[in-house]
Design a protein around this ligand. Structure first.
Ligand SMILES: NC(=O)c1ccc[n+]([C@@H]2O[C@H](COP(=O)([O-])OP(=O)(O)OC[C@H]3O[C@@H](n4cnc5c(N)ncnc54)[C@H](O)[C@@H]3O)[C@@H](O)[C@H]2O)c1
Length: 591
């Protein structure tokens, strides 16, 4: 294919337009900047000068390349200039009527072959295209802010856009050094469609006081490796913008999960739009600042004293049990590791030994530290050996009957005042608690896999858990260098309740043939900085495990939008469970 679009007009030189102008000129193309507001045009030129000077300082451009680049950009205020362009990219404010007027004008001004692209985030590309007499040559080109740093471009085709135009636009994006993904015309496209539904759930979770803003944000950063927590991200995006995008999504989907959480409307009405106004979910030092400040009445250290914990018992012999035993032993706690037989317990200790050996090989632990930790771990086949421990923690099979029987036994064996904890990720903690005669001493400690590496622990208190037990576990997590977050005893706790609906939405997107597995994964990694795309993650977690969690969430909240996507059910039924079976959303066996 020839190099597409040698001359590009950009209408509107605000945040996006100015950034795109530099990216296009860098690819050696002529840029015709069109900006209606004289002051905005001056600001845009100043920003273009500044950005390119910065690139020279960082040795990303030579002074000669910079002057060549600047010579390629001209700026004027008349839309007529677009007549000379092969491609016009519109980047004016997000108002449908304004965009439609500009497209109608452009249609008159530009020769018939000129391709017209809108930069809209949440408006219908089809409705914008319908303002022209050439909808087959109209598409969306959704760049991300800041344009110089973000590699992703969503290339949005309507039902009328011809494939060749979309292909040329994708080649153009690649030529700018970007990664194009193909999307259809649905509010939010791929990235925002998946991201904003999740942000909305996080806002609703905060609004219902299920967890604090700090805990919600820390849980998603530490539990999923996301670059930012959802509430901090909403503040960065702007609460008003988020609300507008969600309104547009809801208008199309009528999915209640897209209806903006009421708190977003309250914040907008109060002028608390996030960082740009100095306050949103958090308060900032000044408008535009990224530094948060504490507010009066913010949560301090718990007033309740915890119980003393000197020794720990761990029940189970799987990955989580050995990982958790390792965490406590490395922190200096004597650990009794109880399995269903002495032989199983010895094998679990063997696994723990290998994990510590690997840490020594990688230089994370000295041989002395390994030996000291190992000396603290006593494997046992007898639950009775937990009679003296201060904390008994179970990580046995995720089966309520098994766990309840274990708790009934712990109740008989453990000394009075011992804290009894479950690591369940999907069962109600209260059902474990009521198997004992001391539900006030029972709590959830949801570790993440692999426990030695993952810093997050969700500390789940039931309606019966006593405050000093919660305080004990929160303190203990900090002692073993984990980051505790507090939440109540409902399905999914914080992380899974926010993560799995997002994964399910991605499966729905695939099922509707809206975008491909690769494009959705690429879009979320490049558009949001996620460590893995949703399908990569589903294949790692296991499709069966994911389906179970989604069913539990749907059962708890009865929200129609939370019902598991049929495609996920079908893959599980077909035995495609992800990496562990060699095939899930991707075929791993052939790689
Ligand atoms: N800011 C973001 O993070 C972001 C990210 C992706 C996409 N978008 C989308 O990109 C588009 C542009 O957003 P922005 O943030 O750059 O807006 P902005 O307000 O920073 O810039 C818009 C510019 O368009 C100019 N303008 C208005 N009417 C015009 C006209 N008739 N002719 C020429 N210029 C005109 C304005 O003077 C202003 O300079 C919007 O559709 C937005 O939704 C924004």
């Amino acid at each position: 294919m020839e190099r597409p679009f040698p001359t590009v007009a950009i209408v509107g030189l605000g945040t996006m337009g100015a950034g795109i102008a530099v990216a296009v000129a860098r690819s050696g193309r002529r840029v015709l900047g069109i900006e209606a507001d004289g002051a905005a045009a001056d600001r845009a030129l100043a920003r273009i000068q500044e950005a390119t000077a910065h690139a020279v300082e960082r040795e990303r451009l030579t002074p000669q390349e910079r002057s060549d680049l600047l010579a390629l950009i001209t700026v004027g205020d008349r839309l007529d200039a677009a007549a000379a362009a092969d491609l016009v990219i519109e980047e004016v404010p997000e108002q449908l009527e304004l965009k439609r007027e500009i497209f109608a004008e452009l249609d008159r001004i530009c020769p018939p072959q000129t391709v017209l692209a809108t930069g809209t985030t949440s408006l219908s590309v089809t409705r914008i295209a319908a303002a022209t007499g050439r909808p087959e040559r109209v598409l969306g080109l959704h760049f991300f802010n800041p344009v110089h740093a973000m590699k992703l471009v969503e290339v949005v085709r309507t039902v009328l856009t011809v494939a060749q135009v979309a292909d040329e636009a994708a080649a153009f994006a690649r030529d700018l050094g970007k990664e194009p993904v193909a999307a259809g015309d649905k509010a939010g496209f791929i990235v925002n469609g998946l991201l904003f539904a999740y942000l909305n759930q996080a806002a609703a979770m905060y609004e219902s006081r299920y967890a604090t803003r700090e805990d919600i944000d820390a849980a998603m950063r530490l539990g999923c490796g996301l670059p930012m927590g959802p509430l901090a991200l909403l503040d960065l995006i702007g609460i008003d913008t988020a609300r507008t995008v969600l309104e547009a999504m809801y208008e199309q989907s009528k999915d209640r999960l897209h209806a903006p959480a009421p708190i977003l409307g309250q914040l907008v009405a109060a002028g608390l739009l996030g960082r740009k106004t100095g306050r949103g979910f958090y308060s900032y030092e000044a408008p535009g600042s990224s530094r948060t400040v504490a507010e009066a009445g913010a949560r301090g250290a718990s007033a309740v004293a915890g119980r003393e914990v000197r020794s720990v018992g761990v029940c189970g012999s799987g990955t989580m049990a050995t990982g958790i035993a390792e965490v406590f032993a490395k922190a200096g706690f004597p650990v009794t590791l109880v399995a269903r037989s002495q032989e199983k317990a010895d094998r679990a200790k063997g696994q723990l030994t290998r994990s510590l050996d690997r840490s020594v090989e990688k230089g994370r632990l000295t041989a002395e530290q390994r030996d000291a930790a190992l000396a603290l771990v006593t494997p046992s086949g007898q639950l009775a050996d937990l009679a003296g421990v201060d904390l008994a923690l179970e990580a046995v099979a995720e089966d309520l009957a098994v766990k309840r029987e274990l708790f009934a036994n712990l109740d008989k064996i453990c000394k009075p005042g011992a804290v009894l904890a479950t690591t369940t990720s999907s069962l109600p903690v209260i059902s474990c608690a009521t198997a004992t005669s001391r539900p006030q001493d029972v709590i959830g400690m949801h570790f993440f896999n692999p426990a030695p590496a993952m810093k997050l622990v969700e500390v789940v208190s039931t309606v019966l858990t006593s405050a000093d037990v919660t305080a004990t576990v929160l303190g203990l997590c900090s002692t073993v260098r984990k980051h505790p977050v507090e939440c109540g005893d409902r399905a999914g706790f914080i992380v899974n309740a926010l993560l799995f609906p997002y994964l399910n939405d991605a499966v729905r997107m695939l099922e509707e043939h809206y975008a491909t597995v690769d494009d959705i994964d690429t879009a979320m990694k490049l558009g949001c900085g996620y460590p893995m795309g949703p399908f990569e993650l589903l294949d790692v977690v296991g499709l069966d495990v994911s389906l179970t969690i989604e069913r539990v969430l749907h059962q708890e909240f009865r929200e129609p939008g939370l019902s598991a996507a049929p495609l996920l059910e079908h893959l599980v039924a077909a035995g495609c469970l992800g990496r562990k079976t060699g095939r899930g959303f991707r075929d791993h066996a052939r790689r």
